[in-house]
Write a protein that binds this ligand. Structure first.
Ligand code: HEM
Length: 406
């Protein structure tokens, strides 16, 4: 063993790598379970790549064969049902992990100095996953694949002058059809997951290695024992145990309720002559879909949607406070909790037609207008609110903007 390691070390810096990134790399000792979700997202990314390769061996990217090839995988291919159910539900597992990971970052101010670049890279990972999941959803070529893709690609027609041409260029045709299916397959299976997301995750981890992890207190700790602990064995063990727990819930869904997050209408083959009554996005895109639908004008909806997504990306610029963690920012804490509830509410609104009546007795449209307004106001007011908000010290005193020296 020793000799094998020496042999490798003379040719490849393996022990150096382990020392620099695991045994000699220290992370704050007070990280909560919320700091396990990056590792969960990474694990499920790997699972998606592996199961995706298997599916690609049997799937046919052709508008006349795609739907049937999925039925073939589910019924005839050995273990095909398992691989497909893991892949189809894997996107849910990744988005749950990514949303919790981002919410943690928002709450504890992980995007603030010196982790701005880490946040920007993460934001591009998020956008790439949205594109990746959207294209993957088109591949089974069911009713929702077809109509969802038609609705979303139509969004680009609102761009002045170039919009309609751009939409036809993306589809490779004037309507969704074989050309779009084939190119979405190519992008979904190679370029986006491997080249784009793979490289972005690597950059994300390199940037994280540079800055180290933030923590619930939001203050910088000494990077030495006892305030910080070596990543291996402490956090490797914690990550593995939490990933196992998450995987158990995931496998329960895969084995006992694999349709929980899937749209039943997508079990009907795509039919360009019959529009489904209610075209809905996958659950993880519903909050954004709700914002798009809430604004009556098409262009206005797209501008609101783009603003909503971009605001998350530019959080490091919007937040002017010197304090990271919402634990010590009473105003941000309340506004952020409302924001999280609001985001879930938008997801609920996005699921239904605008004239349906919500649980509050008002129409989904009215509820959507309030929820979308809060979402946008949360970000628009952030530069001012974060600058003037009082800050709580660990001893419980409140400091005003002047006391803080802002
Ligand atoms: C598949 C996608 C992603 C993977 C695999 C991933 C991986 C990781 C890992 C392993 C960590 C360290 C452990 C942790 O803090 O949880 C981390 C930290 C971080 N990630 Fe991600 N990440 C992903 C997506 C994102 C996204 C979408 C964002 C934000 C838009 C983001 C922002 C951050 C930030 C700010 C940190 C530092 C957090 C802190 O130390 O408090 N990540 N990421």
């Amino acid at each position: 063993m020793r000799r094998a390691l020496d042999w490798i070390n003379k040719r490849f810096p393996l022990s150096d790598f382990v020392e620099k990134n695991l045994t000699g790399y220290h992370a704050p000792r007070n990280l909560s379970y919320l700091w396990n979700f990056g590792a969960i997202a990474g694990t499920f990314y790997a699972i998606q790549v592996i199961t995706g390769v298997w599916l690609a061996m049997f799937y046919k990217p052709d508008e006349t064969l795609a739907f049937d090839s999925i039925q073939y995988i589910m019924r005839e291919v050995h273990w095909g049902w398992l691989i497909r159910n893991v892949h189809a539900n894997g996107s849910t597992a990744i988005f749950v992990a990514i949303y919790v990971h981002m919410a943690r970052g928002i709450y504890y101010g992980s995007y603030k100095r010196p982790r701005e670049l880490l946040w920007y890279i993460g934001f591009f990972i998020f956008l790439s996953f949205v594109a990746e999941a959207f294209m993957g959803y088109v591949l089974p070529w069911g009713q929702m694949s077809f109509w969802g893709a038609t609705a979303i690609t139509n969004v680009f027609t609102v761009i002045p002058v170039v919009g309609p041409g751009l939409t036809a260029w993306m589809r490779g045709d004037f309507a969704m059809g074989d050309a779009a299916l084939t190119r979405f397959f190519a992008l979904h299976t190679t370029f986006i997951p491997v080249a784009v997301i793979g490289s972005l995750i690597a950059l994300h981890l390199i940037a994280l290695r540079m800055t180290g992890s933030n923590n619930p207190e939001g203050v910088d700790f000494d990077k030495k024992w006892p305030l910080s602990v070596p990543f291996y064995p402490y956090y490797v063990a914690k990550d593995l145990w939490f990933i196992s727990l998450y995987a158990m819930v995931f496998l329960y869904i895969v084995f006992f309720d694999p349709r929980m997050f899937l749209e039943p209408v997508n079990n009907e083959p795509a039919n360009p002559l019959e529009t489904p009554l209610n075209i809905v996005a996958e659950w993880y895109l519903l909050p954004f879909y709700a914002i798009l639908k809430t604004v009556p004008s098409k262009l206005g909806g797209v501008v609101a949607l783009a603003t909503a997504i971009l605001s998350i990306g530019i959080l490091p610029v919007l937040d002017r406070s010197r304090v990271r963690s919402a634990r010590y920012r009473p105003v941000k804490r309340v506004l952020t909790w409302i924001f999280f509830v609001d985001f879930v509410l938008l997801g609920y609104v996005g699921r239904y037609q605008p004239n349906a009546v919500s649980f509050l007795g008002v129409t989904m449209h009215t509820l959507g207008v309030f929820a979308a307004s809060y979402y946008l106001l949360y970000f628009i007011t952030m530069p001012v609110v974060s600058y003037y908000e009082p800050v709580r010290t660990p001893a419980g005193e409140f400091l005003s903007a002047e006391d803080k020296g802002d």
